[in-house]
Write a protein that binds this ligand. Structure first.
Ligand code: ADP
Length: 387
């Protein structure tokens, strides 16, 4: 039934009122009638012997008329009349109480629902353009105020999500525009040259190739962030082997800076559980982390990788002797496109998406990643639960 809350409350209240009033009226009627019966019986028993005794006695009749006493028959009739009167007045009062109750319920419900109406009107004014607007929390500390608070909290979260989405899109646009602008500029310069030497062609191709690679890398990384769904976690993972194959792939880059990589594996002897996940994604996460530990390391530095399995978790710590990270950036570095030192990171080929991909992958495996930094170097701590 499409009734407003106000009508529903009034309807329910009226039914309750009718039931209560009926019970009250009926019980009052019967108890009062009983009292009338007892009273009339008492009056009759006081009168009856006198009537029987003196029924033909004219003096007696004259006496009771003179004294104002009433005969038993008249008492019974009077009781009946009183009962009928009682029934009529009870019904009239009952109907009056029900009617009045209905009106009062309707009016008070309307008053209490005013704040809901106000809240509804304010919510209607909110659109994607004014998500930062907060709804005023007026009135007493009741459920409506709680609802308003929850709604404001939800608005805040949606606003943050919108903002970070906007920020993400503008970062993507910026990241894609820069290499495109470089290519365009080089082409313009090239076209303006009247005499074109083979060297110029060579240079142009090099610039186009370099920027094209950068564009492809960003697009690949963006796709890997957005393709979060339909991923399967059915590969039996041997973390030791995985780490070794990553370090093997990166050994040339590490040896360019003369960086030593140590792997330390500790496995709880009681633990013979298998871990299932997505090998390709975990490989990518470890690759990004170890590649960063090389990129942001000093020459002749080191990287220590600790692999530790206990009954519930796989723990991987990746420690390096690099530039370190300031505490205020511990959270930020996992955000898409965030780079502590933009120009340096760009120079060494970073897009700022690496750690955000790592975080997405670790979260997809229900794990978490954090970072700690010391005087020299940083340590990335990964904890993934057995599934
Ligand atoms: P990028 O592509 O710039 O490397 P990442 O998302 O991988 O992007 O990293 C974000 C930022 O975090 C980097 O720009 C760098 O400043 C910082 N960072 C990441 N790993 C390390 C590390 N091992 N040591 C010091 N700084 C790091």
């Amino acid at each position: 039934m499409n009734l407003s809350i106000r009508l529903k409350v009034t309807f329910i209240n009226t039914i309750v009122l009718i039931v209560c009033s009926l019970i009250l009226t009926i019980s009052t009627y019967f108890s009062t009638s009983k009292s009338i019966d007892i009273l009339s019986d008492t009056s009759k028993s006081n009168l009856t012997p006198s009537i029987d005794q003196f029924v033909s006695n004219e003096d007696y009749n004259k006496n009771i008329v003179d004294s104002g006493e009433i005969p038993a028959q008249t008492v019974t009739e009077a009781a009946k009349t009183e009962k009928a009167k009682l029934a009529t007045t009870s019904i009239i009062y009952m109907l009056a109480v029900i009617g009045l109750g209905c009106i009062i319920t309707y009016l008070t419900t309307g008053k209490s629902l005013e704040s809901v109406k106000k809240l509804n009107d304010e919510i209607k004014d909110i659109s994607e353009y004014n998500l930062s607007k907060k709804i005023k929390e007026h009135g007493p500390n009741d459920e409506i105020k709680d609802l308003t608070k929850s709604f404001n909290n939800m608005l805040g979260r949606i606003d943050d999500a919108f903002e970070s989405q906007k920020q993400f899109s503008s970062n993507v646009a910026h990241e894609l525009r820069t290499p495109l602008a470089v290519i365009q500029m080089k082409i313009d310069v090239f076209k303006k040259r009247k005499e074109k030497a083979s060297e110029d062609y060579e240079k142009l191709i090099q610039v186009v190739e370099k920027n094209n690679n950068r564009l492809s890398k960003v697009v690949d990384e963006l796709l890997s962030i957005s393709n979060k769904d339909n991923v399967e976690f059915k590969d039996k993972i041997n973390f030791n082997r995985l780490i070794k194959s990553v370090t093997n792939e990166l050994k040339e880059v590490a040896s360019d800076k003369n960086i030593n990589i140590y792997i330390d594996e500790k496995i709880d002897s009681d633990n013979s559980k298998d871990f299932y996940g997505n090998e390709q994604l975990l490989y990518r996460a470890l690759y990004n982390l170890i590649e960063n530990s090389i990129k942001y390391n000093r020459d002749n530095g080191y990287i220590k990788i600790y692999l530790n399995k206990d009954n519930n978790f796989i723990n991987i710590d990746i420690e390096d002797s690099g530039v370190g990270i300031k505490e205020e950036d511990y959270e930020n570095i996992f955000k898409p496109f965030y780079r502590v030192d933009k120009s340096r990171s760009r120079k060494i080929g970073g897009s700022g998406l690496g750690l955000s991909i790592v975080k997405t992958i670790i979260n997809q495996h229900k794990g978490n990643i954090s970072v700690e930094s010391y005087d020299s170097g940083s340590k990335f701590i990964i904890k993934i639960p057995y599934n």
